[in-house]
Ligand binder design. Structure first.
Ligand SMILES: *Cc1c(COP(=O)(O)O)cnc(C)c1O
Length: 429
């Protein structure tokens, strides 16, 4: 009954049959805050960051946490205090960074659809770099910067055309993807950028996808990037930093991505061999810093035997945790209390589903569980792209969030009230 090894973090584990995050029993948090509730381990996040820091020891690197993975203010604050910068994809994210005490000069702004207003906001805040994704964006950014009397620092995001071998929705570095500038157009695009008076070329950037579990796509992308750095610099344009993006995968279900330090040791050896090892580097990890640090605790509402399937209906749904519905993603689901179930029915195979009126509203399929109403379950590896992708669909209030540090648990987001969910709405006259 007790799962012997949980995918993910050593900071989330059973102690005498009860699931703990660090030194806090999840059942206690569920009682205090209700369900569904997100719980994060601070130690797990810091350990994930430390793996990158070890990999880069002795190098010039700025780690920019890709905050769309989990943009809770307290999570941003934690990384800001460790010296991290942030990879943002909207003006809203910039405001969050500033609200959390982050340093604007360590912010890089990615995304294919930046608006003029967002560019202005970012220039006024003094961000470190715009990762420009198209030739037309260059012209608009030049325009906005010139009107403010500024020169915008830019990197161009190149599309290295390597296959990251991940889900098509989170694969971003292939020719058919909307991201970045095509490899063949890169030098010409840099020449254009260098000629525009409102821009200052500072670097080069790529990001090939997400939940990457092999090292080969990274090694290939580095080679393609360095070929471009050589060609751009041969054209007389200096590249001050090289940004390798994010995308390193985590263990959801027995996945075995390379550890961050091992991966970077390999990549840096390649950079050294090609004579680029002493450059300023940037990386933009998201999922790998937070994904395995979080769980979503949910309560079983009903158990419903069906003709073809048994359903375990829980109080968390696709609005709280959208990855299964969006990407058919797998999250391990385990009981909070792994002692023998009181009522006896034993184990059955269930689809674990939420209350939302959509057949796509599922959290896990074909899971072997011994459950009855009132039992609580933890959805694992829920620290990345879960809460941050949440919505209010079906007028469901967004869950509370708790950050655990050792034996201490801090409420970092209160459960939304229903009034919160319609605060911006008005009745027609
Ligand atoms: C989402 C994103 C990242 C982070 O990806 P992860 O897979 O979470 O590490 C980094 N850079 C850019 C440009 C992104 O869009």
């Amino acid at each position: 009954m007790i799962p012997t090894s949980l995918p993910g973090s050593p900071f989330i584990a059973y102690r005498e049959g009860s699931l703990f995050v660090e030194d806090v029993r999840l059942a206690d948090l569920a009682r205090e805050h209700g369900t569904p509730v997100y719980v994060y381990s601070q130690a797990a996040m810091l350990a994930a960051l430390a793996a990158y820091q070890r990999g880069f020891e002795g190098r010039k690197v700025q780690i920019c946490y890709a905050m769309k993975a989990n943009s809770s203010l307290a999570v941003l604050q934690l990384f800001a205090r460790q010296g991290c910068g942030f990879d943002i994809v909207s003006g809203g994210e910039l405001q969050r960074v500033l609200a959390a005490g982050g340093d604007a000069s360590k912010v890089i702004f990615s995304g294919v659809g930046k608006t003029r207003a967002e560019m202005r906001q970012a220039l006024q805040a003094g961000i470190g770099c715009f990762n420009v994704e198209s030739e037309s964006e260059l012209e608009v950014l030049n325009d906005v910067a010139t009107s403010l009397g500024q020169r915008a620092p830019v990197s161009i995001r190149v599309n290295p055309n390597v296959d990251p071998k991940t889900h098509p929705y989170i694969s971003t570095g292939l020719k058919g993807n909307k991201f970045g500038v095509a490899h063949e157009r890169t030098v010409a695009t840099y020449q254009r950028a260098a000629a525009l008076p409102g821009l200052r070329v500072v670097g080069i950037d790529c990001h090939i996808g997400s939940q990457i579990t092999e090292e080969t796509p990274y090694l290939d992308a580095v080679d393609r990037m360095l070929d471009l750095v050589r060609d751009i610099e041969a054209a007389g344009i200096a590249i001050h930093h090289i940004d390798f993006g994010g995308g390193l995968g985590i263990n959801y279900n027995g996945d075995a991505p390379p550890a961050a330090d091992a991966l970077w040791t390999k990549l840096l050896a390649k950079l050294d061999a090609r004579g680029y090892g002493d450059r300023q580097f940037m990386i933009e990890p998201g999922r790998s810093l937070v994904g395995n640090a979080g769980v979503c605790v949910t309560e079983v509402l009903y158990v419903k035997p069906g003709e073809q399937k048994n359903f375990c209906i829980v109080d968390a749904a696709m609005n709280d945790l959208p990855r299964p519905a969006m990407y058919q993603a797998f999250h391990a689901i385990v009981p909070l209390e792994a002692s023998a179930p009181a009522g006896g029915g034993g184990e059955h195979v269930y689809d674990v589903v939420g209350p939302i009126c959509e057949s796509g509203d599922w959290i896990g399929r074909d899971r072997r569980l011994a459950v009855q109403p009132g039992d609580q379950l933890a959805v694992l590896s829920a620290g990345a792209y879960c809460s941050s992708m949440g919505s209010n669909y079906n007028t469901r209030s967004r869950p509370a969030e708790v950050l655990v540090n050792g034996a201490k648990a801090h409420l970092i987001r209160s459960r939304e009230s229903v009034e919160d969910t319609f605060r911006c709405e008005k009745l027609a006259p």
